[in-house]
Design a binder for this molecule. Structure first.
Ligand code: CUA
Length: 344
């Protein structure tokens, strides 16, 4: 009889704690204390899973803390009590229970996870394609269906986008917290897919969620979700102002330098970052690590892009990825040189 009393007492305590912590976590989630407001269709699944997990977390915490609290108070050593408590060894029923129940729960959650993954990756054949490149420490976004490249990710609302992600140097990770879903970008040519259907017009930020070097924390890009009409207008403007399509060599070189991440390491205003600044570098005399001097001309710049380690300016270390200039055509190199030459 006494045992049942304790059992009921501890059950009530665990139930109260579970309800308090569970509702607390749910309301913290709804009020944006745990995650920023949801802004994608895929994120609905993720938040639903979070919601269930919060209840499991609340229950498990309460189960342990509730039993502990109850025991500390009710089974404490009372005045005059000097003997040890009763000794128990093993309880087959209990052991079977605490093996079977967690096993069933883990299997159930594996099912929920698989089911949610299927929904989050569901394919819409009309999705807009965007090729995303992550590199130390910048993002660039190509719209192959439009022939447009951008350093800002602009997408229409309520339309699925298929992001095809890859990295050129080390592992990065694409993450817009409001969209919930996240995907690593791998170097070595492997392309990973991520599908996002934004649901709220507004401005967001891509963050890199994988430690990728000294400027990892600054590896961000703007994301703009527009209405379909605004998106189409933006796209038309991008197409019309592309300097590479209207024969503006200096402008095209600037665009290529941005898109290929050159400007993350080479400033154009004289500041020293990772590599030598481009301001006034064309035609200047530079001392190399081996003590020789060279005049910065077209041939030297081409060599430095195609084979970054060939000649290093004194006082610098070569941190430029060997792959940096691999995808640039000879014409594109000429445009970049024209841009560097214009920086006086
Ligand atoms: Cu890229 Cu961290």
């Amino acid at each position: 009889m006494n045992q049942i009393k304790h059992f009921i007492g501890v059950s009530v305590l665990v139930a109260i704690l579970t309800a308090g912590i569970g509702f607390g976590l749910q309301s913290a989630m709804q009020n944006g204390y745990l995650l920023p407001p949801l802004a994608s269709r895929q994120g609905v699944e993720i938040d639903w899973l979070f919601g269930i997990h919060f209840w499991v977390i609340a229950f498990l915490f309460s189960l342990i803390a509730g039993f502990m609290l109850y025991s500390i108070v009710v089974f404490r050593q009372k005045k005059g009590e000097e003997k040890d408590g009763r000794h128990f060894e093993g309880h087959a029923g209990l052991e079977v229970m605490w093996t079977i129940i967690p096993l069933a729960m883990v299997v159930f959650f594996a099912y929920l996870g698989g089911d949610s993954l299927a929904k989050v990756t569901a394919v819409n054949p009309t999705a807009i394609r965007v090729n995303v490149i992550g590199r130390q420490w910048e993002w660039s976004f190509d719209y192959p269906e439009y022939g447009v490249s951008s350093t800002v990710l602009v997408l229409p609302v309520n339309h699925q986008t298929l992001l095809r992600l890859r990295a050129t140097d080390v592992i990065h990770s694409f993450w817009v917290p409001e969209f919930r879903v996240k995907q690593d970008l791998l170097p070595g040519g492997e392309v990973r897919d991520l599908r996002i259907t934004p649901t709220v017009i507004g401005d967001y930020k891509v963050r890199c969620a994988e430690l990728c070097g000294i400027k990892h924390a600054l590896m961000e890009a703007d994301v703009r979700i527009l209405s379909r009409a605004d998106f189409d207008r933006w796209m038309q403007e991008e197409i019309a102002k592309d300097p590479c399509k209207i024969g503006d060599s200096v402008g095209c070189g600037r665009k290529l330098a941005q898109e290929n991440g050159c400007l993350a390491c080479h400033s154009i205003d004289g500041t020293r970052i990772i590599g030598p600044t481009w301001l006034g570098v064309f035609g200047s005399e530079e001392t190399m690590t081996d003590g020789s001097t060279i005049i910065v001309d077209e041939a030297y710049i081409i060599e430095s892009i195609r084979d970054p380690g060939a000649k290093i300016v004194q006082g610098y270390e070569n941190l430029m990825p060997a792959t940096a200039g691999q995808n640039l055509t000879d014409e594109q190199l000429q445009d970049i040189i024209a841009f560097i030459e214009s920086l006086k």
